[in-house]
Design a protein around this ligand. Structure first.
Ligand code: NAG
Length: 263
């Protein structure tokens, strides 16, 4: 009897599920962004590059390729993320009601590899002399993010504890930023999630059954989606030290606003 239980446990360890996250989502939970100081980019430097290396002025714009400059900024950002202790970063505990009955507790959560943030394409900056405005689109990408949690699920007569590993690959978004060089206001024009990534789950837990894995996968896809939105918003919401709050608020919002609509 005992060896049978162990075999089931091992089978659950190797069970994985690959899910594509929903496309076309936009981060709506957060208020519009306007930050007074530009922490992400040195706009004055960008203007200099645009004026020195820009091509012809067409329709009042000068455009310049600033890919190399932005790559350096991203390297800095990666270091800052590590230095601030945000990789790995703790995630909030959650209790999720399963419908029609049951409960999932997740705790000791961590998000890793945030420092894999990079750009996935070349970057052009545009300077408009008439308005004194710089703007550019950052094609941001996270090569891979890892979310881990411990869980305890109670459903029917079962009570199972174990761990969750979720690997999220190739999350991409275009972030359109602008900077008014008269008022020194940076603004975010638009965030467009071009690829919300693929998520692969691994569960461990003695006695974990296929139908429970499917149930957990469904619930957690929604939650981890909100974490990714939180990450993207956190990138927009510089300074970086608010990242943890932003992400935990995102997780809370999902469960406190929609907890009854899951499953
Ligand atoms: C830039 O800021 C100045 C000063 O606040 C303002 O007058 C101007 O309208 C702004 N430009 C644009 C295009 O918003």
């Amino acid at each position: 009897m005992r060896s049978l239980v162990i075999i089931i446990g091992l089978a659950a360890c190797v069970a994985g599920a690959q899910v594509k996250l929903i496309d076309g989502i936009t981060p709506k939970v957060f208020p519009p962004v306007e930050f007074k100081e530009a922490h992400l980019l040195n706009w004055i430097e960008l203007k200099k590059i645009a004026l020195e290396h820009g091509g012809e002025v067409t329709a009042g714009h000068i455009e310049a390729d600033v890919t190399d400059y932005v790559i350096k900024i991203m390297k800095n950002l990666q270091n800052v993320i590590v230095q601030l202790g945000l990789d790995p970063m703790g995630l909030s505990n959650q209790t999720i009601k399963l419908i029609p009955t049951g409960k999932l507790d997740i705790y000791d959560g961590w998000l890793s590899d945030l420092s894999t943030i990079n750009i996935s394409d070349s970057v052009l900056v545009r300077y408009t002399q008439e308005t004194d405005i710089l703007d550019l689109t950052l094609p941001l990408a996270f090569k891979s993010l890892l979310i881990t949690y411990d869980y305890h699920v109670k459903i029917v007569l079962l009570s199972i504890k174990g761990t969750i590993d979720a690997k999220i690959k190739q999350v991409k978004c275009n972030l359109r930023l602008g900077f008014n060089l008269t008022s020194y206001h940076a603004f975010v024009d638009d965030v467009d999630i071009t690829d919300s990534g693929t998520i692969t789950f691994k569960f461990t837990g003695l006695g974990l059954l296929d139908w429970i894995i499917n149930l957990l996968t469904g619930v957690l896809t929604t939650l981890f989606h909100s974490i990714i939105l939180g990450v993207i918003n956190a990138v927009i919401y510089v300074p970086v030290n608010s990242i943890v709050d932003v992400i935990n608020t995102a997780i809370d919002n999902v469960f406190h606003n929609n907890s009854t609509s899951l499953i």
